[in-house]
Design a protein around this ligand. Sequence first.
Ligand code: ATP
Length: 309
Amino acid sequence: MRITITDVHKRYGDVVALDGPSFEVPSGSTFGVLGTNGAGKTTLFKLLVGHDSPDAGRIEVGGLDVETAGHRVRERVGYMPEHSGFPSRMTGREVLSVHARIRGLADRRERIAECLELVGLPDAADRAVSGYSNGMARRLGLASVLLSRPPVLVLDEPTAGLDPRGVAAFHRIIERIDRDTEATVVISSHVLSEIERLCDDVAILQDGRLRETGSIDELRQETAGHVTVVCQPADDRAALLEAVQGRGDVTDTGDAIEIACERAAAFDLVAALGERRDLVDGFEVREPGLEAAFHEALADDTDLEEVPA
Ligand SMILES: Nc1ncnc2c1ncn2[C@@H]1O[C@H](COP(=O)(O)OP(=O)(O)OP(=O)(O)O)[C@@H](O)[C@H]1O
């Protein structure tokens, strides 16, 4: 089910949360909305599921306008907010049972068992939610969203705050949904590697504006001619900085010195560094990925300190 976002504006008092982004989420895709803190991701999702109204612009889900057909849109969209709580004394199964009843599902028991299985919680299903880890609670949240098999899933920073095992488990579930269903899945994150792993397409937001959109492959292609040479300086950092000056876009990250340059120039640079082993302890050549596209998209006016690693 395709989602179309057209010139959407939203302010909260003086704060401009969304400043006219327009893009399309292809039907059946896993789509990443990427942006630094405060970029407008959650605001966009709230408008998308009709929890709030835009000041201007239009959002359509499967051809239905969220403003005029909000009820029908909400039937189609499963929304997992960034923070969701459950009554802590209930068991996971009871929580899902309440959700299933609210949605008027007929084959409740069976569907609840399927969803518990899908999110890897069948063994914990009859334990009180108060004893769930953060990761388990998130997976229960996802199960509750999946119950009615919505054709669109909107997941707001689903892995924020999870430990690496929790993140990996969540990723496997999303990959399974992607493989086994036709659902359109929209995920927000500020973790580049997560979006790169899970998504086909992406929109990059900054300060409420769309900075870039397209398939991840297209974005990678845009930066394909470039690589980054990452050097670990030896004792004399200043001398290394001077030696690489003019050979590309030089950034001192505090840890390493990075030189972004054209692929051909990187060969010369690496050869030159080979001659100056007194200046470098080691180096690697990093191929462009979504990270390069992300930095390029935000390059104009972002405080790089704020760009997540
Ligand atoms: N209810 C609100 N009242 C006032 N300002 C708000 C409200 N909701 C969002 N904002 C502001 O709008 C901007 C966008 O916020 P939003 O939560 O959409 O960003 P985000 O990309 O989801 O950020 P994060 O990654 O930190 O969750 C921020 O400056 C935020 O402070």
